[in-house]
Design a protein around this ligand. Structure first.
Ligand code: SF4
Length: 610
């Protein structure tokens, strides 16, 4: 047993039913096996939730988890992971948020916060170092996330971190998020709705303690050098100007820009929503704490309000719904942030509704690119009014209700809507969506940029190997260290920084191979969670991307006529399973779980584990 440095070694538990709080210690074995963030969250959810639990039950757990680097002064260390059993997918769900709440939670002396139970009436939680209270949220419930945060800041002060939900979370929309700092949001698979089900409007955290690193001088020096290294990167100035928005042009050029509910990979009005145009209406820049490459582009929207744009928001609420006016896209984006709706799922659901309207599967007339109808739908969804009630359940559920051939063009994997890359001609990215541990999201492997460079046509094992490497780095290490992936992805901030920073923080030497092993452990643990939930209904069909990409060719652009090849996709999937030590249904073998130090998980899976 080693002493803990870098980690605080404590988790705060808040039971809203009993109005009780407790600071619970954890040991070095837990820290070293799961690191933090996603690793902690996955293990807590595995240990503390019974299979088949209703995500909206008071017994559900909502976990906010930081990592051992969170809060130290080093590049992009101001994030935390929010996680819960997902009401959208029925499986493991999480997301990360750049927020001062992450830094303050650590400074309050905790590495994670577990919210459980259900408050009798709308409430919010305040944490001020050791003092934890559950307060009445009267006057806050019903407010948008942005206004609620402003009111809380007026009341509790500026130097603290706040996480809130908007009306979508309160109304249990299944893709409601948790929001912070007026536009940073996370928890795509309905984590905000889980918070709403607990009648928790917000969490306000103020921490004033010093974070103690194993090597304080080393930590300071490395952090400063890290910041300088980021500043010196050749792409730095351009990144500061456009952030992820340049990806609109890149995706258009490479025919992967989602357009018209992923029917096409190019959009005729792409220029009008791209990074270059965005620069002409940009007013300021926002970002996460401890980041010197801030990427939130604030523009003035068509209603003269500030809205923070990035690629995903614009692709999903722009080209994917046929809307080619960036200021109008920015209105939809601002409303989504304020309501606490995930912009990616929202863009999918609206695109799906537009296609359903075109095909006369719904009575409403919602035409492609109709800003006013799209705006109306955003409100209807947040408040679950009219057709918004059905649309609030997510694309998979809507398709199941509407029937006919609509499940083929319901763009999701495992029930989570696809994020912003069309995969008609990108098999590795399709596999990344199919196997991502929360459903179809790019955060664990943005393999499309590598795939575009190294060859779109191949379905070879080199793509499977690359995918696993990226998932280990991004979905495993970064999500557990709880650092932003973008310094590495976008500017080439070297991977060698992370073991050095980890050692300075914790005193523990971990090579990248050892970090990979942590990633593998987390992937198999999360996979076990899904299998435990789905039982005998679990099959490799869960790892399939949407049918549209296999069956409906692109009709224009340089990849006109392209579709995915189902047989070859399946071969890649089989190779993926083999490399993980999972059987051909995608279930970890007992021996794999034991090798990864998850013998308890293997035992609990019982007969489900082969
Ligand atoms: S690069 Fe962007 S997302 Fe990452 S920490 Fe900085 S502001 Fe946040």
């Amino acid at each position: 047993m080693i002493p803990l440095h870098g980690w605080n070694g404590r988790i705060l538990r808040v039971d809203l039913t009993k109005r009780k709080t407790a600071a619970e210690a954890y040991n070095a074995d837990f820290a070293l096996k799961f690191i933090g963030g996603r690793g902690f969250a996955a293990k807590i959810l595995w240990d503390e939730t019974k299979p088949g639990l209703d995500p909206f039950s008071p017994d559900s757990r909502l976990v906010f988890a930081t990592g051992p680097l969170t809060g130290f002064s080093l590049p992009s260390s101001g994030k935390l992971v929010v996680a819960a059993k997902s009401p959208l997918t029925g499986g493991y769900g999480d997301g990360n948020i750049g927020t001062l709440a992450a830094v303050h939670l650590r400074r309050a002396g905790f590495d994670a916060l577990i919210l459980q139970g259900k408050a009798e009436k709308p409430s919010y939680v305040t944490v001020e170092n050791e003092k934890v209270e559950v307060l009445d949220a009267e006057g806050l419930w019903g407010l948008g996330a942005i206004e609620a945060e402003r009111k809380l800041r007026e009341k509790h002060g500026k130097d603290l971190g706040i996480l809130t939900i908007g009306p979508a979370g309160e109304n249990l929309v299944k893709y409601a998020t948790i929001v912070s700092q007026e536009g940073r949001a996370g928890g795509r698979p309905g984590v905000g709705a889980v918070m709403g089900s607990k009648k928790a409007k917000a969490i306000v955290i103020k921490g004033t303690k010093n974070l103690v690193a194993a090597d304080p001088n080393g930590m300071r020096t490395l952090g400063m050098e890290g910041y300088k290294d980021v500043l010196a990167k050749p792409n730095y100035a351009f990144w500061k100007r456009q952030g992820t928005m340049a990806t609109i042009e890149w995706s258009q050029t490479n025919s992967v820009l989602p357009s018209f509910n992923f029917r096409e990979g190019i959009f005729d009005e792409a220029e009008k929503i791209g990074g270059t145009f965005m620069e002409t209406i940009k007013t300021s820049q926002k970002g996460c704490p401890n980041c010197n490459m801030t990427c939130g582009n604030v523009v003035t929207d068509a209603e003269k309000q500030p809205s923070e744009l990035d690629y995903e928001n614009v692709a999903m609420l722009g080209s994917n719904i046929g809307l080619g006016d960036l200021k109008q896209v920015a209105v939809l984006n601002r409303l989504a942030d304020d309501f606490g709706l995930d912009t990616i799922s929202l863009g999918n659901v609206i695109g799906f509704a537009m296609e359903a309207s075109e095909k006369k599967l719904i009575m409403e007339k919602v035409e492609w690119g109709d800003f006013h109808e799209a705006k109306r739908l955003v409100g209807e969804i947040a408040y679950r009014r009219g057709i918004g009630d059905l649309l609030s359940k997510g694309t998979k559920a809507v398709a199941e209700k509407l029937g006919r051939d609509s499940p083929k063009w319901a763009m999701h994997a495992k029930g989570l809507e696809v994020s912003g890359y069309d995969c008609h001609s990108a098999p590795a990215m399709a596999l990344a969506y199919g196997t991502c541990s929360i459903g179809a999201h790019h955060k664990e492997a943005w393999i499309i940029s590598w795939e575009v460079t190294f060859g779109r046509e191949s379905y070879g094992v080199e793509k499977v190997d690359k995918l696993i490497e990226l998932q280990r780095i991004r979905g495993g290490a970064f999500e557990s260290l709880t650092v932003c992936r973008l310094p590495w992805v976008e500017l080439g901030f070297g991977l060698d920084w992370y073991p050095k920073l980890f050692k300075a923080a914790t005193g523990v030497e971990l090579s990248w191979n050892e970090l990979y092993a942590v990633g593998d452990r987390i992937y198999s643990l999360i996979r076990a969670f899904w299998v435990r939930e789905y039982g005998s209904n679990w099959s490799r069909a869960m790892d399939q991307p949407p049918q549209r990409w296999f069956e409906e060719p692109l009709t224009k652009g340089p990849f006109k006529g392209a579709t995915l090849d189902r047989q070859r996709y399946d071969q890649m999937l089989s190779s993926y399973y083999e490399r993980h030590g999972w059987n051909q249904r995608g279930i970890p073998y007992k021996a794999t779980l034991e090798k990864l130090g998850l013998g308890d998980v293997s035992q609990q899976l019982g007969k489900l584990a082969p």
